[in-house]
Design a protein around this ligand. Structure first.
Ligand SMILES: [Zn+2]
Length: 560
């Protein structure tokens, strides 16, 4: 007898093939059979009655490394159709980490994860030092979704160089020690090696993330260490200064795929992302496997001036980093500080998160009753009405409210014509949810549902079958995840049952469930009827099933 039979579904098998009507039977966590009409002999029978059934979504760009140690359900992803998460992206990992480096590692993460140091101190369970011990901890505590973990460059660097990691280039001896750590971590089951060279990636006080100090020689040595046994995917969030040609050389030397993030469309430099994608295509024509991570969501961030992530990558914002309270307010009020920021925003840049598009910056929530009428208005609109400069308007409003005003900025990737082209590029992968990070700034964990609802149904930008392929088997193949990403006999029963006419992600909302009651943004699924991980149902139409056993598999062996 089967454990589960889903009848009369529109089966989208993940290969990109057109949908077929049929049944799917699950036994012992695996797909036992699919077909037009299977015997009705199962402990549980669901009549899908025209709903669509696809393999669970593989989220290739998450940052659950810290959260998963206190929240093995990795909220909110399973309710949003995600059944497999790749963690450790950008190299922002918490393993390996020596006892004495825990504080430093958490300080580095506060900024990029959008969590306070207090949340991380209260939340992270540190029963490990090495990468292998971290995996053992994950295995012991279980997870609601399947996991694949990168070993992270910044952690490896901190292990070898300690407090010097975010300060200088490494010596040849230090690079050799890092390479040994990467080899060890790959042997323990890492899916690959992840790094960042992006100027947007800073730790507490604006200190660069350690990997940003690495030379090209260090990157190449560590990628060779990653691939020494023939496997691994190299993932990098590249700064504008890192050319695709260098990444092609890395792929050529290692023979391994290179995942390139974050390819977002910048309206101030609209051709940049297409130049990168063209270079990626050219590399593929020469036999290299380069893949560009693109996003189907506009990059929108909520922020206050106490911790304004969107502008913190600006060179001239530096004086405001690492100071708080009265000292921070003094910097924000300073005329020469403002003049320098204005000048920088007026000059062209290859990659910049915030580009002075004040019509895309809105006041979300004011602290003072007297400012309520400003809520939902754009900073550009307020400035125009009063004949004032928009930067002054934003900073003066924040200063008048003890920096408690919440703003939102639509930063990148909002030109839907351009994004549609990027999503359909032959060498792009729909990714960049950043789930588990930037928790107070934005929440794109529902990216897969957004692709199915907004891009397929509302915009007709691609077929449903192709969208499903891009969310499932494309990743499974790239990472070499065994028997996942397709609805095939013998494959893992990672399933998403949904209504194509209703699927999507709901509006973002704030909840207060981080350790110590700290806030995060979350979103609910629309049109999802069920999510299964290895045959265990983790979500239904009402959301997460909290009592579900943790059925996710920690993957440590990958095909290559
Ligand atoms: Zn990331």
């Amino acid at each position: 007898m089967d454990d589960l039979l889903i009848r009369r579904a529109m089966l989208l098998d993940g290969s990109g093939a057109a949908a077929t009507q049929g049944d799917l039977a699950v036994r012992d966590g695996r797909i036992r059979a699919t077909g037009p009409s299977l015997p009705v002999d199962a402990k549980r029978i669901i009549d899908a009655d025209g709903l669509a059934l696809m393999p669970g979504i593989i989220d290739s760009h998450t940052h659950f490394d810290a959260q998963i140690t206190w929240d093995p359900w990795v909220r909110p992803s399973p309710a949003l159709g995600v059944t497999t998460a790749v963690i450790g992206n950008c190299g922002f990992t918490i393993a390996p980490c020596r006892l004495q480096d825990r504080e430093l590692t958490m300080r580095n993460l506060t900024q990029v994860e959008g969590m306070s140091l207090d949340v991380l101190r209260q939340g992270i369970r540190w029963n490990f030092e090495t990468f292998a011990e971290y995996l053992a901890q994950l295995r012991a505590s279980g997870s609601a979704v399947n996991l694949a973990a990168y070993v992270g460059h910044s952690s490896v660097r901190t292990w070898v160089m300690g407090a010097d990691a975010p300060k200088r280039e490494a010596s040849p001896d230090e690079i050799a020690q890092m390479a040994a750590l990467v080899r060890e971590s790959m042997a323990a089951g890492a899916v690959g090696f992840a790094s960042s060279t992006s100027p947007a990636h800073n730790g507490e006080g604006g200190v660069p993330m350690p990997s940003r100090l690495a030379s090209d020689a260090e990157h190449i040595a560590l990628i060779e260490a990653m691939s020494h046994a023939g496997g691994g995917v190299y993932m990098v969030t590249k700064g504008g200064q890192m050319p695709v040609a260098l990444l092609e050389e890395m792929s050529a030397r290692s023979g391994r795929p290179v995942m390139i993030a974050a390819l977002l469309h910048n309206p101030m430099n609209p051709q940049a992302v297409f130049k990168d994608l063209d270079a990626i295509s050219a590399a593929n024509e020469r036999g290299r496997k380069l893949v560009g991570q693109v996003s189907c969501c506009p990059l929108t961030m909520d922020f206050t001036l106490a911790s304004p992530y969107p502008v913190e990558g600006l060179v001239n914002w530096k004086p405001a980093l690492g100071v708080q309270g009265a000292a921070l307010k003094a910097v924000l009020a300073d005329k020469s500080f403002r003049a320098a920021v204005r000048a920088e925003l007026a000059s062209p840049a290859v990659f910049r998160l915030f580009n002075g598009e004040w019509d895309k910056v809105h006041v979300v929530e004011t602290a003072l009753q007297s400012h309520r009428t400003l809520e939902q208005r754009s900073v550009a609109g307020i400035a125009a009405e009063h004949g004032r400069d928009p930067l002054d308007v934003m900073l003066d409003l924040a200063l008048a409210e003890d920096l408690r005003t919440t703003f939102t900025a639509q930063l990148l990737n909002s030109d839907e014509e351009a994004v549609g082209t990027m999503l359909n590029h032959p060498h792009s992968i729909v990714s960049l949810s950043d789930a588990g990070a930037h928790l107070t700034f934005f929440t794109d964990a529902g990216f897969g549902l957004h692709l199915l609802g907004h891009w397929v149904r509302e915009r007709g930008a691609m077929s449903l079958a192709e969208a499903v392929r891009r969310l499932t088997s494309q990743s499974a193949l790239l990472f070499g995840m065994p028997q996942r990403g397709l609805l095939r006999e013998g494959y893992a029963a990672d399933l998403l049952l949904f209504d194509p006419a209703a699927v999507g992600r709901g509006p973002k909302r704030r909840v207060f469930d981080l350790p110590g009651g700290a806030p995060r943004l979350t979103t609910d699924a629309l049109g999802v009827h069920g999510v299964w991980v290895n045959g265990v149902q983790v979500a239904d139409a009402a959301g997460m099933i909290d009592a579900a056993p943790l059925a996710g598999e920690l993957m440590t062996r990958f095909a290559h």
